[in-house]
Design a protein around this ligand. Sequence first.
Ligand code: HMG
Length: 445
Amino acid sequence: MTAVGIDAVEIWTGNLKLDLPGTFAPQKGEDPEKYTKGLGLNASSFPDSYEDIVTMAANAAHRLMERKGLEPDDIGRIDVATESAFDNSKPVSTYVAGCLEQVYDGDFHHANKGERKFACIAGTQSLDDAYNWIRAGRNRGRAALVIATDTALYARGDAGEATQGAGAVAMLIDEDPNLVELSTEQGYGSADETDFLKPNQQFPSVDGKRSVQVYLARMREALEDFESVAGDVHPDDVVFAPFHTPFPGMVRKAAMLAYRHVTRDTAVEDELAEEIGRQPRAEAFDDDEAFREAVREYMDGLKRTERYQEWYAETIDPTLTISREVGNWYTGSVHVARASALKYALEEGRDLVGETILVGSYGSGAQAEIHAETIREGWEEEIGALNVDEQLEDRYEMSWEDYEEIHDVHNHEMDVDVQEFTTPESEFVFDGWGRMGERKYRYVE
Ligand code: HMG
């Protein structure tokens, strides 16, 4: 069976930066370490006044097409995953195609376009759709362009304001891919939940603490479902485990839960037992609260063991490096985590061809998906082409007053016009409104 997976990836960050411990925390009267140590975030990225989900998506896709030497005819499908859409009918992918057609001779008239919505998991669902389309033999030799783009903004004063972010990840899905092959096996954990939603409103209604618990519950279900088709996962068989990263502190919790799950009844549990005892089993307890207390104690011990700390440092921590500097990109976050880990491996000179990564995607509302990916021969070249460090470095750092202004600019209920903070160069920009309320874009050389 021909391998199908991600051939190439490009990342586009919003052009502005908010320093969380330095600028945000003092305004909230909070300890900067709540951000750096608790949530695990140094900064958030934001869109400048001329940027939005379309410009970031089109800019990521344009970079990807240029680098891969692609023309519109090479693309048979454009799917955009977003939960920041501004139109209930016309999909963002049509705007993105319109942007790209300004800079290419050909067009995307024969490409199937769509928009995927299921909170943050929609990016992975779009990957799955593209994979299925190719596997079904309906692609006529063409590749799919999948773009995850979001401006993850919360209402001012909401607890989620600390975890904001904005950016896009474009991925080329193709046969015989350079970067990773996707597994046919997938595991799901899905339930009707009201932890985070946007009922026809721009900013989310969030039950933050509950959303953390729902994330963990659905992720555990997805892992069990994945193991039921793919067999037991052993922590040492996985080089990296990129999770959906609303903030790195969330992944710290998810990683520990996953480690406890996959080491149960293994030699690792026996080895750890000498230090922290065996894992508590529900059947050994009369009441649920006593069981949960025992689990909390076990987890407390586990996180202090050298074995767990080493595994975390090698398998999880490298997935969080970019996220720490950009915040939550919703649909793009798990794909940023994968890129972050592979970038770290490249810098370390690791040989990863044929190795497995385990990807944990999540979207509120709620659904988790676990699948595996096998790293391919061309991964070094693909990851080496990313210019994410330069992009992060080039962002304009906002003062508190700048941040207040830019939040208002992107608030759909406000009509605010501010001077841009950065000068666009070789990128698509928002160019005002058309006669039917549509957004207009142009390319700036
Ligand atoms: P909060 O109340 O501002 O923060 O809300 P906190 O008091 O819970 O503190 C956060 C952490 O910092 C805690 O760590 C504190 O102990 C620690 P924990 O105990 O949980 O490990 N802390 C400190 N550490 C060191 N030094 C200090 C210090 N102070 C505190 N001085 C909350 C946090 C996540 C609730 C909030 O940010 C929020 O509502 N965020 C939005 C919702 C969210 O991100 N949920 C995550 C799961 S749902 C998800 O991922 C889906 C999502 O991406 C949407 C989608 O799918 O579309 C959001």
